[in-house]
Design a protein around this ligand. Structure first.
Ligand code: ADP
Ligand code: MG
Length: 474
């Protein structure tokens, strides 16, 4: 029987399959194609550089064992990477990398040289008048990897974050986009990556900033005519972490400068880390060219923590605070607060406080009270999608009708109400609300809000609608 790339690989697969989780097998091994076998070297084709790095990081031992079993001690593995057409090249191209031969980290750039070349550069973090190019990282050392507990819900994002921290700018996770709902640890993880990089590479300039603050700085710079300084400042950073990029939606000026900054950093092998409350595909009002950049690297989701992870987060919190609490109480909290780690922590902190201030023992009754209050009191951020759904349901129409161009009065009114509630309950700009609710402009939304205000005062029935709907949102 002749030995071919296919036969070798199939035997390897059978062995690997027996040694890892079915899900991992499906994700990481099924997409691989054997392409060539020559001189005891098996070439396998993987879909991306990310894929190759992941295999090397996690499965290199297993692969080696499997291959050695098949071809003997001299077995070699070569990855053939089919690059996607992301950099404007017409044809997809391939790259061959032998196993365990990682591409090198981009050389360290010194900001000193640039400083002297451009002594007038203004640091947007500095109060005008005081010239200082020292860049504070804005990192919070309390958000680190040690206290970012691992669970199924965050494993991919956490390991990708670790990989980036080990080789900032040197992996294909660039940008690394971490996305997920409120209170699931995006900000914590973003800081943790930065903190870890500062530990490992103290000479690198790391900067954490929220997209909101970034936007404010940009607007300021336009007012003061220092837009170029603003851009140059950000181009000095080695590791740029921007939190909550969904905030940039609808803000085309800020998106535009960010695009330039991003390109510069990326081309120079600098690392960009982004967080967002939604996946790139679901982002609204972000320019296509920017969205496509977001997809260049890796998007990793933080999901709601499962029960075990919730328990370990609570126990870890208690441990760090030096507090003991009966297991049944911890269990109760973990069972009742499921979708938000911030709430989970809030409830346990509140319980700790109650018991220490009142010198009371924590009972299940007290836990019930706290959890109930806690869950009720945390105002949930509603999304514009959700608002449209609720308003459409209320008026028994579908969302497409609500968004349609029709001038039928009851539909127009429903649409205006949706805009009104979006303005009231979300932080979205008028422009962004307009474009998400049937592609209208900001003036239409403004007009809708005024109309709803007026009608609510003059029309009893209308007032009732508003009251009913308001209840549904709060
Ligand atoms: P987001 O930015 O996604 O809204 P945060 O990063 O602010 O969420 O996290 C909310 C809270 O939950 C923070 O106090 C954070 O420390 C905590 N937290 C989130 N994920 C974890 C985790 N995996 N382990 C421990 N604490 C976590
Ligand atoms: Mg956050």
């Amino acid at each position: 029987m002749s030995v071919t790339a296919n036969s070798v690989w199939n035997n390897c697969l059978a062995f690997i399959k027996d040694n890892i989780q079915p899900q991992a097998f499906k994700t990481w091994f099924e997409p691989i194609k054997p392409v060539k076998l020559s001189n005891n070297a098996l070439s396998i084709q993987v879909p991306s550089k990310f894929f190759y790095e992941w295999l090397e990081e996690h499965y290199v031992k297993l692969l080696k064992v499997a291959l050695t079993k098949e071809i003997g001690e001299s077995a070699k593995l070569v990855y053939v990477i089919k690059m996607e057409n992301t950099y404007g090249n017409r044809e997809p191209f391939t790259e061959k990398i032998p196993s365990s031969n990682r591409s090198t980290v981009a050389p360290q750039e010194l900001d000193v040289a640039i400083k002297s070349k451009n002594p007038e550069l203004k640091n947007p973090f500095v109060i005008p008048g005081i010239r200082n190019i020292k860049i504070e990282s804005q990192l919070n050392p309390n958000y680190n990897f040690d206290n970012f507990l691992e669970g199924d819900s965050n494993r991919l994002a956490r390991s990708a974050g670790m990989a980036v921290a080990n080789k900032p700018g040197g992996t294909s996770f660039n940008p690394l986009l971490v996305f997920g709902g409120v209170g699931l640890g995006k900000t914590h993880l973003a800081h943790a990556i930065g903190v870890e990089i500062k530990d490992k590479y103290p000479e690198r300039t790391v900067l954490y900033i929220s997209a909101e603050k970034f936007t404010q700085q940009y607007i300021e710079s336009v007012k003061k005519n220092t837009r170029n300084d603003f851009i140059h400042f950000y181009q000095l950073i080695d590791v740029l972490i921007i939190d909550d990029v969904q905030f940039l939606s609808g803000k085309s000026g800020t998106q535009d400068v960010f695009f330039h900054i991003f390109n510069h950093l990326h081309q120079n092998g600098k690392q960009v880390i982004l967080t967002s409350d939604k996946a790139p595909v679901d982002m609204q009002d972000i320019e296509q060219r920017l969205l496509s950049r977001f997809k260049w690297g890796l998007s990793a989701e933080l999901q709601s923590p499962d029960y075990e992870t919730r328990i370990s987060i609570l126990k870890n919190k208690l441990y760090r605070d030096g507090v003991e609490m009966p297991d049944d109480i911890v269990d109760y909290v973990a069972k009742h607060i499921k979708s938000n780690i911030r709430e989970l922590e809030g409830a346990i902190i509140s319980l700790i406080a109650q018991s220490s201030f009142n010198k009371k023992e924590v009972t299940i009754e007290l836990a019930q009270l706290v959890v109930e209050k806690f869950v009720k009191n945390t105002k949930r951020e509603v999304s514009i999608d959700y608002i449209q759904k609720v308003v459409s349901d209320y008026f028994e129409m579908d969302v497409a009708t609500l968004q349609s161009k029709t001038r039928k009065r009851h539909i127009v009114q429903a649409r205006q109400m949706a805009m009104f509630f979006a303005k009231k309950f979300t932080k979205a700009s008028l422009a962004s609300i307009g474009s998400q609710i049937g592609k209208r402009d900001h003036a239409t939304v403004l007009h809708a809000c005024k109309t709803v205000d007026n009608l609510a005062e003059t029309d009893k029935q209308f007032k009732k609608y508003i009251e009913d709907l308001t209840k549904k949102f709060s």
